[in-house]
Design a protein around this ligand. Structure first.
Ligand code: LMR
Length: 328
C-alpha cells in the first residue's frame, strides 16, 4: 500500500510539474486555472518550468499550480502583490479593476484569425500595452494566446436570436456582458472553476470559451452543442509583480526574461495546432459542433458589432483602428 501511495504521490508531482526546489534556490510560483496539459496555457506553463528548472538550476526553481488549485484569477492578482506567487496568466478579460484598455481584446469580431492577433501583439501598440499596469504594481511579460471563442448552450444556437432569454456565464468583463445583452440574453460573471457545475445544474444555460477549455473542462458534455462562432479572442497576460521583477539581480533577471521570451514565442506558434486538436477531440467524443453559413455569421456580427461603440472611449479609437488593421 505504501508503495502505491508513494507512486501516486510521485505521479501527481510529475503531472502538475511541481519542481523539487533545493535550499538556496529562489522559488518562482506560477498559479493558473486551466488544465495542466493538453491546453495552450497549461502546456506553456510546463514548458516554462522545465526551461527554468533546467537552465537556472541552483539559482531558481519554478513550481506550477494548475486548475485553480492555489488561487482563482481574482485572488491571484492580490497574491502577486503579497509575494505569495510570482507569475500568473489570467485572461485579458480579467483586468477590469486595473485598466480599461484591455477591453480592446474583448471586442467581438475584432480579430479575424490568430495570425492577426499575433501581428497586433508584436506591434509597437501591442507591446506598449504590456506595461500599462505598472502604476498598480504589475508588469506584463508577454501575451500568451489561447484561441478564438465559441458559444455553447443547452439548445441549438444558429443565429443570435436563438440565444434570446438564455443566461450565459461570462468572465469578469463588462464587454462580455454588453455582448450577451446585445443578444437579448443575460450574463452571469462566474469564476472558471464554477462553470462546469453551473452548466450541469442549470444555474446558467450556456457559455463561451476556447475549444481547449470546452474540451479539457468537459463543458461539451453538459451542453446541447457548440457553435463555431469564433466571435472573440481568449488570450492571457503573463503577469508578474513589478517590484519582484525589478528586485532580481540583473543577471538573473536577464536570463529569466530571455527564457520567458523564448517560451512565449514557441507557445504562441503552437496555439492554432493545439486548438485544432481540442476541437477534433470534441468531435471524437461525440460532441455536437455546428458550423455557420455566411448568412448566419453575418447575423452574429451585426448583433454584436454595436458593442464596440460603448467602449470606444475607454480603449481609444486609434488603438481599435490599429488592432483592426492587423487583419489585413
Ligand atoms: C475563463 O475564465 O473562461 C478563462 O479565462 C479561463 C482561462 O484561463 O482560460
Amino acid at each position: 500500500l505504501i508503495g502505491s501511495v508513494s507512486a501516486l504521490a510521485l505521479s501527481l508531482l510529475a503531472s502538475s510539474a511541481y519542481a523539487q526546489c533545493d535550499d538556496g534556490e529562489m522559488v518562482i510560483k506560477f498559479s493558473h486555472v486551466v488544465a495542466a496539459s493538453g491546453h495552450p496555457k497549461g502546456d506553456a506553463a510546463t514548458m516554462l518550468a522545465d526551461r527554468i528548472n533546467d537552465e537556472m538550476n541552483g539559482t531558481a526553481c519554478m513550481e506550477v499550480y494548475p486548475n485553480s488549485t492555489l488561487y482563482d484569477d481574482d485572488k491571484v492578482m492580490e497574491a502577486l502583490l503579497l509575494g505569495d506567487v510570482q507569475l500568473a496568466a489570467p485572461s485579458l478579460s480579467k483586468f477590469e479593476a486595473y485598466t480599461k484598455k484591455y477591453r480592446l481584446f474583448d471586442l467581438p469580431f475584432l480579430f479575424s484569425s490568430l495570425d492577426a492577433v499575433n501581428s497586433f501583439i508584436n506591434s509597437e501598440d501591442g507591446k506598449g500595452m504590456l506595461t500599462i499596469m505598472e502604476d498598480e504594481g504589475y508588469t506584463g511579460m508577454g501575451y500568451w494566446m489561447s484561441g478564438l471563442k465559441q458559444f455553447s448552450a443547452n439548445k441549438p444556437l444558429e443565429v443570435p436570436s436563438d440565444a434570446s432569454g438564455l443566461k450565459f456565464r461570462v468572465q469578469t468583463s463588462d464587454v462580455a456582458v454588453a455582448m450577451i445583452e446585445a443578444m437579448d440574453a443575460s450574463a452571469q460573471k462566474l469564476a472558471f472553476s464554477e462553470v462546469y457545475s453551473a452548466l450541469q445544474t442549470g444555474v446558467v444555460d450556456g457559455q463561451e470559451n476556447s475549444w481547449c477549455n470546452i474540451y479539457t473542462q468537459k463543458f461539451f458534455e453538459v451542453q446541447d452543442g457548440i457553435t463555431n462562432t469564433n466571435h472573440q479572442l481568449l488570450s492571457y497576460l503573463l503577469v508578474t509583480s513589478t517590484e519582484w521583477l525589478e528586485g532580481l539581480d540583473e543577471e538573473v533577471r536577464n536570463q529569466f526574461v530571455s527564457i520567458v521570451e523564448d517560451v512565449t514565442k514557441q507557445a504562441n506558434d503552437d496555439v492554432a495546432q493545439k486548438e485544432e486538436t481540442c476541437r477534433q477531440n470534441i468531435v471524437d467524443a461525440n460532441g455536437e459542433i455546428r458550423e455557420l453559413t455566411e448568412e448566419q455569421r453575418s447575423q452574429w456580427l451585426e448583433t454584436m458589432k454595436p458593442v464596440w461603440e460603448q467602449f470606444e472611449d475607454d480603449i481609444g479609437a486609434d488603438l481599435i483602428k490599429a488592432a483592426e488593421g492587423s487583419n489585413s
